[in-house]
Design a protein around this ligand. Structure first.
Ligand SMILES: [Zn+2]
Length: 76
């Protein structure tokens, strides 16, 4: 049985989540992105992307980092 204070916190959390673009900004994280051939390891820190794929090493941007940019649009 949940107490009313926790229920209010859950309602507030849902509001924050609905307003995520204004409320949440990612500072750093690590993720695995499953490509068509391999799983790639992506890091984001202080506005900089890193990916272990060959394309990223040449171009500094790749489908894996861009996929995460789409997912996190407005929160980076
Ligand atoms: Zn990549």
């Amino acid at each position: 049985m949940m107490d009313s204070a926790l229920v209010r916190k859950m309602q507030k959390a849902k509001q924050y989540a609905a307003e995520k673009d204004d409320r949440v900004r990612f500072i750093r994280f690590e993720a695995e992105v499953k490509g068509n051939h391999d799983v790639h390891f992506v890091r984001y820190e202080a506005g900089q992307w890193l990916c272990d794929c060959a394309f990223f090493q040449q171009r500094g941007r790749c489908s894996h980092t861009m996929a995460l940019e789409y997912i996190l649009e407005g929160m980076l």
